[in-house]
Design a protein around this ligand. Sequence first.
Ligand SMILES: Cc1cc2nc3c(=O)[nH]c(=O)nc-3n(C[C@H](O)[C@H](O)[C@H](O)COP(=O)(O)O)c2cc1C
Length: 324
Amino acid sequence: MKTKITEMFGIEHPILQGGMHYVGFAEMAAAVSNAGGLGIITGLTQRTPEDLANEIARCREMTDKPFGVNLTFLPSLSTPDYPGYIKAIIDGGVKAVETAGNNPAKWLPVLKEAGIKVIHKCTSVRHSLKAESIGCDAVSVDGFECGGHPGEDDVPNWILLPRAAEELKIPFVASGGVANGKQLVAALAMGADGINMGTRFIATVEAPVHDNVKQAILAASELDTRLVMRPLRNTERVLNNPAVERLLAKEKELGANIKFEDIIEEVAGVYPKIMKDGTMEAGAWSCGMVVGLIHDIPTCQQLIDGIMAEAEAIIQGRLARFAA
Ligand SMILES: Cc1cc2nc3c(=O)[nH]c(=O)nc-3n(C[C@H](O)[C@H](O)[C@H](O)COP(=O)(O)O)c2cc1C
């Protein structure tokens, strides 16, 4: 299937794997790229720019297909060495960058100069238009159902995608809540040129996370995510667990007076404990409502082939019948 997104990134299928903290290692990105999608290494999971350079080199050993790097600009306790990370990306010959969390304008000239395509993740039409106006090549439109940070507008993809199609001139992918070929077809129908998946890719054979994480995703339903950090205007959709319930109780109790320090135990340093050690109650970790649609642990190749086969069968079968 050819779309503006497959052409832009030089990939076979219009399927991207969004950056995921402590999931987006070289193994994950290479598996997605080898299966014909665009795998993405999560830049900030690497402690230093040198570590990122090594991770890019490792990924290159595992695939000769294009892959990208995610750069996230979210509030954090100390500011990462972004110029160093960007240098590692450019020197590593990476040609796709997914930016997220904040306006990437400051970093665009150097990325564009290096011939890198930039896809910015946005949770609203106004941010998408901003991304377009500053020169981003594409947008990943992330609906309210997404795992991670859905923003503060709470607009789900059923509305957000057609709204993006009304306004955007640059191509966009549908992100948030996607797991199967039916949704790829729906996304294409609503004006998107592909899909971006996070949570679905964690429940794959190659995802380099503890098996407990994959089993937790299989066991969960669409009712099992919660929104945390709303009072801090840093909303995150996470899988419910006792630590999340404790966090929500603190939010209720402290109300508008809550500070990041009050919830540090439930949110700081959680990812290695969850993803590496499999200590599932260590704290809050990003997870989408799409868990309700995840019932197996395929390889990335099986997953992507299955999505493409389902999408093509729907377009040629069910949809073609309606057009007759
Ligand atoms: C465990 C996890 C960690 C994530 N970490 C990041 C991150 O570091 N940076 C980022 O831009 N997005 C991050 N995301 C968001 C994903 O890239 C993607 O936008 C989102 O998962 C899409 O929603 P879905 O999970 O419903 O597919 C994360 C998502 C998950 C599930």
